[in-house]
Structures are given as C-alpha cells and as structure tokens.
Design a protein around this ligand. Structure first.
Ligand SMILES: [Zn+2]
Ligand SMILES: [Zn+2]
Length: 50
C-alpha cells in the first residue's frame, strides 16, 4: 500500500488516514477541529479510533 496521497486526519486524537483532497476523515473531525475542541480520543467511529 504505497499511497502518496495518504495523510493523517487533521483532527488531533484521530488516527484515521485520509486520502484525496479532504483534510479530515469525517464531518465529525472537521467540526471538532473547527470548534477548537481538544480531545484525547476521537469519536468519528472509524476502526482506528474505536
Ligand atoms: Zn478518528
Ligand atoms: Zn478523523
């Protein structure tokens, strides 16, 4: 799996990988990041964050 576009989700505490143009793996992370919430974990419910 050598995906040059793979990046980590911008939301701190999220372990998901994002591909494509998006900075976040989900709306959850986008909203959480924009509202300035600092979380230890992530609630996006993707497998890496369970
Ligand atoms: Zn996550
Ligand atoms: Zn995320």
């Amino acid at each position: 799996m050598a995906d040059d576009n793979a990046r980590k989700c911008k939301h701190g505490g999220c372990s998901c990988t994002v591909s494509g143009d998006s900075d976040y793996c989900s709306e959850y992370c986008e909203n959480a990041h924009k509202s300035g919430v600092t979380e230890i974990g992530c609630g996006c419910e993707h497998d890496p964050c369970r």
